[in-house]
Design a protein around this ligand. Structure first.
Ligand code: ADP
Length: 257
């Protein structure tokens, strides 16, 4: 009787093991597919700027060019090379984040000064687009974060807020502190994100409208990088958006994080 019981028991376990192996195999298959899709998207992304680069390098070489035309074509070559360089930099950063080969080195940061310093880099670009950036953060608020890494979060989010907003609109950067958490909110009055796209905006290489992003220079990697860095800090990020009204990004950091 005992052996019958044991038999049943081990058959059960064998069955469970079989199911675990099957789900591992499925997961492996999914990851493989994801990697392949990612690689083919990257190759595709690189094709467009490379095509422009090659085309304009050829055109720039024409003997009939005026010096102005020559300069103009070379400027486009430079611009496209810059786009490729940006993509490679973003990919490298993502690869590092994915591999967990990077370490978050937290230090105590006075938030108001920190945010004002980062935002100062946007001063000229904001002026050019006649946009205002309002920062609301009380002085003397200290938080533990990796200043170098977290700077990328603010830069990418501000960059988006500007890219996807019309001239003359406003951006608000608001910091609120509660007993156990700190919330950083970035709110724009831009074109917004359609509801059906919202669940995917953190995916790598996901863009709402490919053409609208190409014009403004994005590859759909900015928000994936932001999410990885925020989560590496133990934080959470959410986006609320309405087409035509604007986008609000909220980052919650725990005090002990
Ligand atoms: P990109 O480099 O293309 O801007 P992101 O990963 O930063 O890529 O963003 C993904 C997509 O989400 C963008 O292509 C854009 O369509 C949309 N998006 C991101 N931020 C905003 C924003 N503040 N307003 C409107 N759309 C946005």
């Amino acid at each position: 009787d005992l052996s019958v019981k044991l038999g049943a028991h081990s058959r059960d376990e064998l069955g469970q093991l079989g199911m675990s192996i099957q789900s591992l195999a499925n997961e492996l298959q999914r990851l493989r597919k994801e990697r392949n899709e990612f690689l083919s998207s990257i190759s595709h992304e690189l094709q467009t700027p490379l095509m422009y680069l090659k085309g304009y390098a050829d055109v720039a070489r024409r003997p009939s060019n005026t010096p102005q035309e020559h300069d103009k074509y070379l400027a486009i070559v430079e611009e496209e090379a810059e786009r490729i360089s940006q993509l490679v930099k973003d990919l490298f950063q993502l690869a590092q984040l994915d591999q967990h080969t990077f370490f978050i080195q937290k230090q105590k940061v006075e938030l108001a000064t920190y945010l004002h310093t980062i935002c100062a880099h946007f001063h000229l670009a904001l002026k050019e687009k006649e946009m205002d950036l309002d920062i609301s953060c009380s002085q003397g608020l200290y938080i533990l974060l990796d200043p170098e890494r977290f700077q990328q979060v603010i830069i990418n989010l501000l960059d988006n807020a500007m890219k996807y907003s019309k001239e003359g609109t406003k951006i608000d950067l608001i910091v609120k502190k509660s007993a156990e958490s700190l919330t950083i909110t970035l709110k724009d009055q831009g074109i917004g994100i359609p509801e059906q796209d919202l669940p995917y905006v953190f995916d790598k290489l996901y863009r709402v409208e490919k053409s609208r992003s190409r014009k403004s220079g994005g590859y759909g990697l900015g928000l994936s990088i932001v999410k990885e860095i925020v989560e590496a800090h133990g934080g959470e990020i959410t986006i609320i958006s309405e087409r035509g009204k604007g986008t609000t990004v909220e980052i919650v950091l725990r005090e002990d994080g």
